[in-house]
Design a binder for this molecule. Structure first.
Ligand SMILES: [Zn+2]
Length: 134
């Protein structure tokens, strides 16, 4: 895929997710990583950005168990949403699946998984990712 033609937006981010790639935007001026990407660097306001592929494994930093969810995820409750510390200083929120709620521990190793199936009709029709234990 021609990376230069993909905009530094959530839509761009999900285009890569569709290909099984986790990509963040790195500022060419100050080096700040944005994940999910934003079209302007949040640190120095530069628009001079480039895509960078990020590691898909990391450790769980913090999490919440969701009992009352948005409508489109109701069939999945209760479920876990966490923030994962990936390599290269990136952090990414995501759902954590394929695990008993009682076994979720801060610091556990997780890996990204990409979902082809669309869960809901009303939510943006983007491919989704989630985390699961390694
Ligand atoms: Zn910057």
């Amino acid at each position: 895929m021609a990376e230069t033609s993909i905009p530094f937006t959530i839509e761009g981010f999900y285009k890569f997710i569709q290909n099984g790639q986790l990509m963040g935007a790195v500022c060419n001026k100050c080096g700040k990583l944005s994940l999910p990407p934003k079209p302007i660097c949040t640190k120095c306001l530069s628009r001079d950005l480039k895509w960078k592929e990020l590691p898909q494994q990391g450790k769980l930093l913090t999490y919440t168990i969701i009992h009352i969810s948005p409508k489109q995820f109701q069939s999945m409750t209760p479920y876990v949403v966490g923030i994962v510390q990936l390599g290269d200083g990136a952090q990414l929120p995501g759902m954590i699946r394929d695990i008993d709620l009682d076994n979720v521990k801060i610091g556990m190793n997780l890996t990204m998984e990409f979902e082809k199936e669309i869960i809901s009709k009303d939510w943006p029709q983007w491919p989704r990712y989630y985390f699961k234990p390694i």
